[in-house]
Design a protein around this ligand. Structure first.
Ligand SMILES: Cc1cc2nc3c(=O)[nH]c(=O)nc-3n(C[C@H](O)[C@H](O)[C@H](O)COP(=O)(O)OP(=O)(O)OC[C@H]3O[C@@H](n4cnc5c(N)ncnc54)[C@H](O)[C@@H]3O)c2cc1C
Length: 411
Protein backbone atom coordinates (compact mmCIF):
# COMPACT_ATOMS: atom_id res chain seq x y z
CA UNK A 1 0.00 0.00 0.00
CA UNK A 2 1.34 3.45 -0.95
CA UNK A 3 0.39 6.13 1.56
CA UNK A 4 -0.16 9.78 0.60
CA UNK A 5 -0.82 12.69 2.94
CA UNK A 6 -2.41 15.84 1.58
CA UNK A 7 -2.08 18.96 3.78
CA UNK A 8 -4.94 21.45 3.30
CA UNK A 9 -8.59 20.78 2.54
CA UNK A 10 -9.18 23.60 0.07
CA UNK A 11 -9.83 23.38 -3.66
CA UNK A 12 -6.32 22.14 -4.47
CA UNK A 13 -6.02 19.70 -1.57
CA UNK A 14 -9.41 18.08 -2.07
CA UNK A 15 -8.77 17.62 -5.80
CA UNK A 16 -5.30 16.23 -5.05
CA UNK A 17 -6.85 13.69 -2.66
CA UNK A 18 -9.49 12.65 -5.22
CA UNK A 19 -6.90 12.33 -7.94
CA UNK A 20 -4.40 10.34 -5.84
CA UNK A 21 -7.08 7.96 -4.59
CA UNK A 22 -8.34 7.43 -8.17
CA UNK A 23 -4.98 6.04 -9.35
CA UNK A 24 -5.31 2.61 -7.69
CA UNK A 25 -6.99 0.89 -4.74
CA UNK A 26 -3.43 0.25 -3.56
CA UNK A 27 -3.07 3.96 -2.74
CA UNK A 28 -4.21 5.18 0.69
CA UNK A 29 -4.89 8.89 1.03
CA UNK A 30 -5.26 11.02 4.17
CA UNK A 31 -6.35 14.65 3.89
CA UNK A 32 -5.44 16.92 6.80
CA UNK A 33 -7.48 20.08 7.32
CA UNK A 34 -6.86 22.39 10.25
CA UNK A 35 -10.45 23.68 10.33
CA UNK A 36 -13.55 21.88 11.57
CA UNK A 37 -14.67 21.53 7.94
CA UNK A 38 -13.03 21.55 4.51
CA UNK A 39 -13.47 24.23 1.85
CA UNK A 40 -13.97 27.32 4.00
CA UNK A 41 -12.48 29.59 1.34
CA UNK A 42 -14.40 27.85 -1.45
CA UNK A 43 -17.53 28.78 0.46
CA UNK A 44 -16.90 32.51 0.05
CA UNK A 45 -15.76 32.41 -3.57
CA UNK A 46 -17.74 34.31 -6.20
CA UNK A 47 -19.74 36.00 -3.41
CA UNK A 48 -20.99 32.57 -2.36
CA UNK A 49 -21.81 31.50 -5.94
CA UNK A 50 -18.31 30.12 -6.71
CA UNK A 51 -17.01 30.95 -10.16
CA UNK A 52 -15.52 27.48 -10.31
CA UNK A 53 -13.69 27.66 -13.64
CA UNK A 54 -13.76 29.27 -17.09
CA UNK A 55 -14.93 27.36 -20.15
CA UNK A 56 -12.05 28.45 -22.39
CA UNK A 57 -9.20 26.78 -24.27
CA UNK A 58 -5.80 26.22 -22.72
CA UNK A 59 -4.21 29.05 -24.70
CA UNK A 60 -6.99 31.47 -23.78
CA UNK A 61 -6.58 30.40 -20.17
CA UNK A 62 -2.84 30.98 -20.13
CA UNK A 63 -3.36 34.55 -21.39
CA UNK A 64 -5.31 35.26 -18.17
CA UNK A 65 -2.49 34.04 -15.93
CA UNK A 66 -0.50 37.05 -14.74
CA UNK A 67 2.39 35.17 -13.12
CA UNK A 68 4.30 32.17 -14.53
CA UNK A 69 1.72 31.01 -17.08
CA UNK A 70 4.06 28.52 -18.80
CA UNK A 71 4.48 26.60 -15.55
CA UNK A 72 0.80 25.61 -15.82
CA UNK A 73 0.95 24.10 -19.31
CA UNK A 74 1.18 20.43 -18.16
CA UNK A 75 -1.29 20.84 -15.30
CA UNK A 76 -3.92 22.33 -17.61
CA UNK A 77 -3.29 19.61 -20.17
CA UNK A 78 -3.70 16.93 -17.49
CA UNK A 79 -6.89 18.46 -16.10
CA UNK A 80 -8.59 21.19 -18.12
CA UNK A 81 -11.53 23.45 -17.30
CA UNK A 82 -13.72 21.09 -19.35
CA UNK A 83 -12.46 18.14 -17.24
CA UNK A 84 -13.48 20.08 -14.13
CA UNK A 85 -16.93 20.75 -15.54
CA UNK A 86 -17.33 17.04 -16.41
CA UNK A 87 -16.11 16.07 -12.94
CA UNK A 88 -18.73 18.28 -11.27
CA UNK A 89 -21.53 17.01 -13.53
CA UNK A 90 -20.52 13.43 -12.66
CA UNK A 91 -20.51 14.25 -8.96
CA UNK A 92 -24.09 15.52 -9.15
CA UNK A 93 -23.19 19.21 -9.29
CA UNK A 94 -24.48 20.46 -12.66
CA UNK A 95 -22.84 23.64 -13.90
CA UNK A 96 -23.91 26.68 -15.86
CA UNK A 97 -21.77 28.85 -18.16
CA UNK A 98 -22.42 32.56 -17.82
CA UNK A 99 -21.08 35.86 -19.23
CA UNK A 100 -17.39 35.74 -20.06
CA UNK A 101 -17.61 31.91 -20.09
CA UNK A 102 -17.51 31.97 -16.29
CA UNK A 103 -18.68 28.63 -14.92
CA UNK A 104 -20.81 28.35 -11.77
CA UNK A 105 -22.66 25.49 -10.08
CA UNK A 106 -26.20 25.59 -11.53
CA UNK A 107 -27.51 25.99 -7.97
CA UNK A 108 -25.23 29.07 -7.62
CA UNK A 109 -24.20 27.67 -4.25
CA UNK A 110 -20.48 27.37 -3.57
CA UNK A 111 -21.25 24.74 -0.94
CA UNK A 112 -22.38 22.39 -3.72
CA UNK A 113 -18.86 22.38 -5.16
CA UNK A 114 -17.43 21.41 -1.77
CA UNK A 115 -20.12 18.74 -1.39
CA UNK A 116 -19.14 17.28 -4.79
CA UNK A 117 -15.47 17.15 -3.80
CA UNK A 118 -16.23 15.64 -0.38
CA UNK A 119 -18.51 13.05 -2.04
CA UNK A 120 -15.78 12.17 -4.55
CA UNK A 121 -13.26 11.76 -1.73
CA UNK A 122 -15.67 9.55 0.21
CA UNK A 123 -16.34 7.32 -2.82
CA UNK A 124 -12.60 6.77 -3.19
CA UNK A 125 -11.95 6.03 0.48
CA UNK A 126 -10.00 9.20 1.32
CA UNK A 127 -9.57 9.56 5.08
CA UNK A 128 -10.52 13.12 6.02
CA UNK A 129 -8.96 14.34 9.28
CA UNK A 130 -10.45 17.63 10.46
CA UNK A 131 -9.03 19.89 13.20
CA UNK A 132 -5.64 18.50 12.18
CA UNK A 133 -3.02 21.17 11.62
CA UNK A 134 0.33 20.13 10.21
CA UNK A 135 3.18 21.71 12.19
CA UNK A 136 6.17 20.46 10.20
CA UNK A 137 7.29 17.99 7.58
CA UNK A 138 9.00 14.73 8.51
CA UNK A 139 12.17 14.23 6.49
CA UNK A 140 14.31 11.10 6.55
CA UNK A 141 17.35 10.27 4.46
CA UNK A 142 16.83 13.28 2.24
CA UNK A 143 13.18 12.57 1.45
CA UNK A 144 9.80 13.72 2.76
CA UNK A 145 8.26 10.86 4.71
CA UNK A 146 5.30 12.38 6.50
CA UNK A 147 3.95 15.16 8.65
CA UNK A 148 4.12 16.09 12.33
CA UNK A 149 0.85 17.50 13.62
CA UNK A 150 0.39 20.30 16.09
CA UNK A 151 0.32 18.34 19.35
CA UNK A 152 3.18 16.10 18.28
CA UNK A 153 1.52 13.17 16.50
CA UNK A 154 3.63 11.87 13.62
CA UNK A 155 1.93 10.60 10.47
CA UNK A 156 4.15 8.64 8.09
CA UNK A 157 3.64 8.50 4.34
CA UNK A 158 5.42 7.74 1.07
CA UNK A 159 4.62 11.21 -0.25
CA UNK A 160 3.20 14.50 1.02
CA UNK A 161 1.27 17.06 -1.01
CA UNK A 162 1.27 20.61 0.37
CA UNK A 163 -1.88 22.54 -0.54
CA UNK A 164 -2.11 25.04 2.30
CA UNK A 165 -3.06 28.07 0.17
CA UNK A 166 -1.69 31.61 0.34
CA UNK A 167 -2.19 34.46 2.79
CA UNK A 168 -5.42 36.07 1.62
CA UNK A 169 -8.62 35.70 3.66
CA UNK A 170 -6.71 34.16 6.61
CA UNK A 171 -9.92 33.56 8.58
CA UNK A 172 -10.58 30.67 6.18
CA UNK A 173 -7.42 28.93 7.45
CA UNK A 174 -4.90 30.08 4.84
CA UNK A 175 -2.23 31.66 7.01
CA UNK A 176 0.84 30.76 4.97
CA UNK A 177 1.93 27.61 6.87
CA UNK A 178 3.10 26.03 3.63
CA UNK A 179 5.61 28.81 3.06
CA UNK A 180 7.36 27.90 6.32
CA UNK A 181 7.34 24.17 5.48
CA UNK A 182 8.77 24.92 2.04
CA UNK A 183 11.45 27.29 3.32
CA UNK A 184 12.43 24.92 6.13
CA UNK A 185 13.11 22.24 3.52
CA UNK A 186 15.27 24.44 1.28
CA UNK A 187 12.75 25.82 -1.20
CA UNK A 188 12.76 29.38 -2.43
CA UNK A 189 9.61 31.31 -1.51
CA UNK A 190 8.93 34.45 -3.53
CA UNK A 191 7.68 37.28 -1.32
CA UNK A 192 3.90 36.97 -0.87
CA UNK A 193 2.06 40.10 -2.04
CA UNK A 194 -1.63 40.92 -2.42
CA UNK A 195 -2.95 40.33 -5.94
CA UNK A 196 -6.45 41.03 -7.27
CA UNK A 197 -6.49 43.77 -4.67
CA UNK A 198 -7.90 47.27 -4.29
CA UNK A 199 -5.51 50.23 -4.07
CA UNK A 200 -5.23 53.06 -1.57
CA UNK A 201 -4.97 56.56 -3.04
CA UNK A 202 -2.06 58.83 -2.13
CA UNK A 203 -4.25 61.93 -2.39
CA UNK A 204 -7.55 62.41 -0.56
CA UNK A 205 -10.32 62.16 -3.16
CA UNK A 206 -13.39 64.36 -2.63
CA UNK A 207 -15.96 62.60 -0.47
CA UNK A 208 -18.58 63.01 -3.23
CA UNK A 209 -16.81 60.30 -5.23
CA UNK A 210 -17.06 57.55 -2.60
CA UNK A 211 -19.15 54.71 -3.95
CA UNK A 212 -19.09 56.08 -7.51
CA UNK A 213 -18.87 53.29 -10.07
CA UNK A 214 -17.70 54.15 -13.60
CA UNK A 215 -18.45 51.89 -16.56
CA UNK A 216 -16.84 51.82 -20.01
CA UNK A 217 -13.71 53.56 -18.84
CA UNK A 218 -10.13 52.56 -19.65
CA UNK A 219 -7.63 52.09 -16.84
CA UNK A 220 -3.97 52.32 -17.86
CA UNK A 221 -0.89 51.44 -15.84
CA UNK A 222 2.45 52.64 -17.17
CA UNK A 223 5.97 52.27 -15.88
CA UNK A 224 8.50 54.82 -17.11
CA UNK A 225 6.22 55.52 -20.07
CA UNK A 226 5.80 51.82 -20.99
CA UNK A 227 2.26 50.41 -20.80
CA UNK A 228 1.99 47.45 -18.40
CA UNK A 229 -1.81 47.22 -18.42
CA UNK A 230 -4.64 48.96 -20.28
CA UNK A 231 -8.19 47.64 -20.31
CA UNK A 232 -11.75 48.85 -20.77
CA UNK A 233 -14.25 48.08 -18.01
CA UNK A 234 -15.60 49.19 -14.67
CA UNK A 235 -13.96 50.82 -11.65
CA UNK A 236 -15.10 52.10 -8.30
CA UNK A 237 -14.05 54.96 -6.02
CA UNK A 238 -14.06 53.95 -2.33
CA UNK A 239 -13.35 55.66 0.98
CA UNK A 240 -9.69 54.58 0.71
CA UNK A 241 -9.12 54.93 -3.04
CA UNK A 242 -9.82 52.64 -5.98
CA UNK A 243 -11.50 49.28 -6.43
CA UNK A 244 -13.76 47.46 -8.89
CA UNK A 245 -12.93 44.85 -11.54
CA UNK A 246 -10.42 46.94 -13.52
CA UNK A 247 -8.43 47.94 -10.45
CA UNK A 248 -8.31 44.37 -9.13
CA UNK A 249 -7.08 43.08 -12.47
CA UNK A 250 -4.56 45.92 -12.84
CA UNK A 251 -3.08 45.00 -9.45
CA UNK A 252 -1.92 41.65 -10.93
CA UNK A 253 0.40 43.64 -13.20
CA UNK A 254 1.82 45.96 -10.56
CA UNK A 255 5.49 45.43 -9.66
CA UNK A 256 6.30 45.11 -5.96
CA UNK A 257 7.84 48.60 -5.95
CA UNK A 258 5.51 50.68 -8.08
CA UNK A 259 7.05 54.08 -7.33
CA UNK A 260 7.93 54.51 -11.01
CA UNK A 261 4.43 53.50 -12.17
CA UNK A 262 1.53 55.80 -13.03
CA UNK A 263 -2.16 54.92 -13.11
CA UNK A 264 -4.63 56.91 -15.18
CA UNK A 265 -8.24 56.77 -16.23
CA UNK A 266 -9.72 57.55 -19.63
CA UNK A 267 -13.33 58.61 -19.08
CA UNK A 268 -14.02 58.87 -22.82
CA UNK A 269 -12.08 56.00 -24.40
CA UNK A 270 -14.35 55.86 -27.46
CA UNK A 271 -13.34 59.33 -28.70
CA UNK A 272 -10.08 60.65 -30.11
CA UNK A 273 -8.77 63.85 -28.45
CA UNK A 274 -9.92 65.79 -31.54
CA UNK A 275 -13.43 64.29 -31.36
CA UNK A 276 -13.62 65.02 -27.64
CA UNK A 277 -12.49 68.60 -28.18
CA UNK A 278 -15.14 69.06 -30.89
CA UNK A 279 -17.75 67.62 -28.51
CA UNK A 280 -16.78 70.08 -25.76
CA UNK A 281 -16.91 72.97 -28.23
CA UNK A 282 -20.43 71.92 -29.26
CA UNK A 283 -21.60 71.55 -25.65
CA UNK A 284 -20.11 74.92 -24.64
CA UNK A 285 -21.57 76.68 -27.71
CA UNK A 286 -25.03 75.24 -27.01
CA UNK A 287 -25.03 76.52 -23.38
CA UNK A 288 -22.75 79.57 -23.21
CA UNK A 289 -24.34 80.96 -20.04
CA UNK A 290 -24.29 77.68 -18.09
CA UNK A 291 -21.55 76.86 -15.62
CA UNK A 292 -18.79 74.43 -16.59
CA UNK A 293 -19.70 71.90 -13.85
CA UNK A 294 -23.33 71.83 -15.05
CA UNK A 295 -22.38 71.17 -18.67
CA UNK A 296 -19.91 68.45 -17.66
CA UNK A 297 -22.91 66.50 -16.29
CA UNK A 298 -23.59 65.58 -19.92
CA UNK A 299 -20.24 63.84 -20.11
CA UNK A 300 -19.94 62.09 -16.75
CA UNK A 301 -21.93 61.23 -13.60
CA UNK A 302 -23.03 64.35 -11.66
CA UNK A 303 -20.88 63.47 -8.61
CA UNK A 304 -17.76 63.51 -10.76
CA UNK A 305 -18.85 66.54 -12.81
CA UNK A 306 -19.09 68.54 -9.57
CA UNK A 307 -15.44 67.92 -8.64
CA UNK A 308 -13.88 67.49 -12.09
CA UNK A 309 -13.12 71.20 -12.77
CA UNK A 310 -11.28 71.34 -9.43
CA UNK A 311 -9.20 68.27 -10.41
CA UNK A 312 -8.22 70.24 -13.54
CA UNK A 313 -7.45 73.37 -11.47
CA UNK A 314 -10.39 75.11 -13.18
CA UNK A 315 -13.34 77.04 -11.76
CA UNK A 316 -16.52 74.93 -12.01
CA UNK A 317 -18.67 78.07 -11.80
CA UNK A 318 -17.08 79.62 -14.85
CA UNK A 319 -19.52 80.27 -17.72
CA UNK A 320 -18.93 78.04 -20.74
CA UNK A 321 -18.63 81.08 -23.01
CA UNK A 322 -15.60 82.20 -21.00
CA UNK A 323 -13.66 78.91 -21.18
CA UNK A 324 -10.44 79.49 -23.07
CA UNK A 325 -8.99 77.15 -25.68
CA UNK A 326 -6.17 76.29 -23.30
CA UNK A 327 -8.65 75.41 -20.53
CA UNK A 328 -10.61 73.25 -22.96
CA UNK A 329 -7.43 71.41 -23.88
CA UNK A 330 -6.73 70.79 -20.19
CA UNK A 331 -10.23 69.32 -19.89
CA UNK A 332 -9.64 67.04 -22.88
CA UNK A 333 -6.30 65.87 -21.48
CA UNK A 334 -7.74 65.17 -18.02
CA UNK A 335 -10.86 63.48 -19.41
CA UNK A 336 -8.63 61.03 -21.22
CA UNK A 337 -5.84 60.62 -18.64
CA UNK A 338 -7.08 61.47 -15.16
CA UNK A 339 -4.19 60.59 -12.81
CA UNK A 340 -5.06 58.16 -10.00
CA UNK A 341 -2.09 58.41 -7.62
CA UNK A 342 -1.53 55.18 -5.68
CA UNK A 343 -0.12 54.94 -2.15
CA UNK A 344 -0.20 51.22 -1.43
CA UNK A 345 -2.08 47.96 -1.96
CA UNK A 346 -4.82 47.10 0.51
CA UNK A 347 -3.68 44.52 3.12
CA UNK A 348 -3.09 40.99 1.86
CA UNK A 349 -5.87 39.65 4.10
CA UNK A 350 -8.35 41.52 1.87
CA UNK A 351 -6.86 40.39 -1.44
CA UNK A 352 -8.56 37.76 -3.58
CA UNK A 353 -5.31 35.89 -4.16
CA UNK A 354 -1.68 35.91 -3.08
CA UNK A 355 1.05 36.67 -5.58
CA UNK A 356 4.36 34.98 -4.82
CA UNK A 357 4.84 31.74 -2.90
CA UNK A 358 6.84 28.59 -3.62
CA UNK A 359 9.13 29.39 -6.54
CA UNK A 360 8.18 27.52 -9.70
CA UNK A 361 11.91 27.00 -10.27
CA UNK A 362 11.86 24.52 -7.38
CA UNK A 363 8.88 22.53 -8.71
CA UNK A 364 8.72 20.18 -11.70
CA UNK A 365 5.81 21.46 -13.83
CA UNK A 366 5.21 18.00 -15.31
CA UNK A 367 4.52 16.42 -11.90
CA UNK A 368 4.28 19.22 -9.28
CA UNK A 369 7.09 17.38 -7.43
CA UNK A 370 9.67 19.34 -5.50
CA UNK A 371 13.05 19.56 -7.20
CA UNK A 372 14.65 19.86 -3.75
CA UNK A 373 13.03 17.15 -1.63
CA UNK A 374 11.89 13.79 -3.04
CA UNK A 375 8.46 12.76 -1.82
CA UNK A 376 7.14 16.33 -1.59
CA UNK A 377 4.59 17.87 -3.99
CA UNK A 378 2.92 21.28 -4.19
CA UNK A 379 -0.50 22.45 -5.40
CA UNK A 380 -2.72 25.52 -5.51
CA UNK A 381 -2.27 29.09 -4.38
CA UNK A 382 0.81 28.15 -2.35
CA UNK A 383 2.68 28.19 -5.67
CA UNK A 384 3.94 31.39 -7.29
CA UNK A 385 1.16 31.55 -9.89
CA UNK A 386 -1.87 33.81 -9.99
CA UNK A 387 -4.43 34.87 -12.55
CA UNK A 388 -7.19 37.34 -13.32
CA UNK A 389 -10.74 36.92 -12.04
CA UNK A 390 -13.06 34.68 -14.06
CA UNK A 391 -12.63 31.24 -12.46
CA UNK A 392 -8.95 30.94 -13.38
CA UNK A 393 -7.54 30.84 -9.85
CA UNK A 394 -9.76 27.99 -8.73
CA UNK A 395 -8.98 26.08 -11.93
CA UNK A 396 -5.26 26.54 -11.20
CA UNK A 397 -5.91 24.95 -7.79
CA UNK A 398 -7.86 22.06 -9.38
CA UNK A 399 -5.37 21.44 -12.20
CA UNK A 400 -2.24 21.58 -10.04
CA UNK A 401 -4.04 19.54 -7.35
CA UNK A 402 -5.05 16.89 -9.87
CA UNK A 403 -1.52 16.60 -11.28
CA UNK A 404 0.14 16.56 -7.85
CA UNK A 405 -2.27 13.85 -6.65
CA UNK A 406 -1.71 11.62 -9.68
CA UNK A 407 2.06 12.07 -9.62
CA UNK A 408 2.35 11.43 -5.88
CA UNK A 409 0.23 8.29 -6.16
CA UNK A 410 2.21 6.94 -9.11
CA UNK A 411 5.44 7.65 -7.22
C1 LIG B 1 -13.35 36.44 -1.32
C2 LIG B 1 -12.72 35.54 -2.35
C3 LIG B 1 -13.46 35.19 -3.48
C4 LIG B 1 -12.87 34.39 -4.47
N1 LIG B 1 -13.62 34.03 -5.54
C5 LIG B 1 -13.07 33.25 -6.50
C6 LIG B 1 -13.84 32.81 -7.61
O1 LIG B 1 -15.07 33.03 -7.69
N2 LIG B 1 -13.22 32.08 -8.58
C7 LIG B 1 -11.87 31.75 -8.49
O2 LIG B 1 -11.35 31.12 -9.41
N3 LIG B 1 -11.14 32.10 -7.42
C8 LIG B 1 -11.70 32.82 -6.43
N4 LIG B 1 -10.96 33.16 -5.32
C9 LIG B 1 -9.57 32.62 -5.21
C10 LIG B 1 -9.63 31.13 -4.78
O3 LIG B 1 -10.51 31.02 -3.69
C11 LIG B 1 -8.25 30.59 -4.39
O4 LIG B 1 -7.35 30.83 -5.43
C12 LIG B 1 -8.34 29.09 -4.10
O5 LIG B 1 -9.26 28.84 -3.06
C13 LIG B 1 -6.99 28.51 -3.70
O6 LIG B 1 -7.18 27.17 -3.34
P1 LIG B 1 -6.13 26.40 -2.44
O7 LIG B 1 -6.69 25.05 -2.20
O8 LIG B 1 -4.77 26.50 -3.03
O9 LIG B 1 -6.06 27.21 -1.09
P2 LIG B 1 -7.21 27.43 0.03
O10 LIG B 1 -8.54 27.44 -0.59
O11 LIG B 1 -6.76 28.63 0.77
O12 LIG B 1 -7.12 26.14 0.96
C14 LIG B 1 -6.04 25.90 1.82
C15 LIG B 1 -6.54 25.02 2.95
O13 LIG B 1 -5.41 24.57 3.71
C16 LIG B 1 -5.77 24.59 5.09
N5 LIG B 1 -4.51 24.67 5.84
C17 LIG B 1 -3.65 25.71 5.87
N6 LIG B 1 -2.59 25.41 6.65
C18 LIG B 1 -2.80 24.15 7.12
C19 LIG B 1 -2.05 23.29 7.97
N7 LIG B 1 -0.88 23.65 8.52
N8 LIG B 1 -2.56 22.06 8.25
C20 LIG B 1 -3.76 21.67 7.73
N9 LIG B 1 -4.51 22.45 6.94
C21 LIG B 1 -4.02 23.68 6.62
C22 LIG B 1 -6.65 25.82 5.22
O14 LIG B 1 -7.45 25.76 6.37
C23 LIG B 1 -7.45 25.74 3.92
O15 LIG B 1 -8.64 25.01 4.08
C24 LIG B 1 -11.52 33.93 -4.32
C25 LIG B 1 -10.81 34.27 -3.16
C26 LIG B 1 -11.39 35.06 -2.18
C27 LIG B 1 -10.60 35.40 -0.95
Amino acid sequence: MREIIVVGGGAAGMMAAVSAASVSPEVGVTLLERNEKPGKKLYITGKGRCNVTNDCTRDEFLREVARNPRFLYSALSAFSPQDMMAFLEKEKCPVTVQRGRRVFPASEKASDVTKALVRAMGERGVRLRLNARAASLLTEEGACRGVVLEGGETLRADAVILATGGLSAPLTGSTGDGYFFAEATGHQVEKPLPSLTAMEASVPWPGELQGLSLRNVTLTLTEKGKTRYSELGEMLFTHFGYSGPLVLEMSCHLPEDFSSCALSLNLKPGLSPEQLDARLQREFAAAPRKQLATVLCGLMPAALAGVFPGLCALDGEKKCADITREERQTLVRMLQALPLPMARRRPIAEAIVTRGGVSVKDVNPATMASRRLPGLYFAGELLDVDAHTGGYNLQIAFSTGYLAGRSAAEG
